[in-house]
Design a protein around this ligand. Sequence first.
Ligand code: SF4
Ligand code: SF4
Length: 151
Amino acid sequence: MSCETMPEHILSGIKAIVAMKLRRKGMIQREIAKIIKSDRSIVSHYLSGRYPKRKILNVAKTIEDLPPNYGSKLIHSLTDDKNLAKNLIKELYGVKLIWNEKSCIACGSCLVCVALTLDNFKLKIDENSCYLCGSCTLQCPTNSLKFVKEE
Ligand code: SF4
Ligand code: SF4
């Protein structure tokens, strides 16, 4: 663990927070390990509080307190594994992406992402292709794409 780089340390802090959230939801270590893509032995360290260090956990908690669309960008910058980043964002912030038809001006700026298609002035979000990166929420000129808390 000691040869991890700083981004990996911070990612570990986020994984630890997510592991604790999932445990509180009643998940067992094997299920948690799958979601956060870590060995079960590491999950056990996360849940016991033995790892990572408090300072790293504090950085991760600060990321948890960010607005989700900024926090999501940060989490994606910590790993090339988009599915892992998506899992962590989903659990850390409990958000999903929504589109507001009333305010959308069909400018097409968000269509650079393959998860988004505009058909007859209706925007479709392909949830399987969306990695919750937050870019479209920051690019949209009318704030029509937003992360909202899941029910
Ligand atoms: S959040 Fe990211 S991946 Fe999802 S639709 Fe927006 S730009 Fe695409
Ligand atoms: S960037 Fe915003 S306003 Fe433009 S098409 Fe996408 S959702 Fe609509």
